[in-house]
Design a binder for this molecule. Structure first.
Ligand SMILES: C[C@H](O)[C@H](O)[C@H]1CNC2=NC(N)=NC(=O)C2=N1
Length: 99
């Protein structure tokens, strides 16, 4: 069952993401990050890989792409805020980015 993160869970799940460049929009209860790649091909390859995980986990990013940049915003629409799924997808995106 997906639920909004508790204050304790935010400390353990969201704080490490913030240390890794994610920002928190407290009002919208979202996390965001922009990745910059060498070119469009690299950016789109990242999106393709991330999209497969998003579909596998049935948890989808709000994102946009402009040439070599991918701007990502994560929240859980079903609960109206951050859930553990957002942290899980953010960690996966950081991992894909480093591959
Ligand atoms: C019906 C479907 O399972 C839901 O709408 C899923 C799909 N992907 C989703 N993605 C995100 N980010 N939040 C959701 O609440 C969500 N819900």
């Amino acid at each position: 069952m997906t639920e909004k993160l508790s204050d304790t869970a935010r400390k353990s799940l969201i704080d490490p993401l913030v240390a890794n460049g994610w920002t928190v929009d407290a009002e919208a209860d979202r996390i965001a990050k922009t990745y910059e790649f060498a070119d469009f091909t690299e950016a789109f390859a990242f999106m393709t890989r991330a999209a497969l995980w998003a579909e596998k986990w049935n948890h989808h990013p709000d994102w946009s792409n402009s040439y070599n940049r991918v701007t990502i915003s994560l929240t859980t629409h079903d609960v109206g805020g951050l859930s553990s799924l957002d942290a899980k997808l953010a960690r996966k995106m950081d991992q894909i980015r480093e591959d």
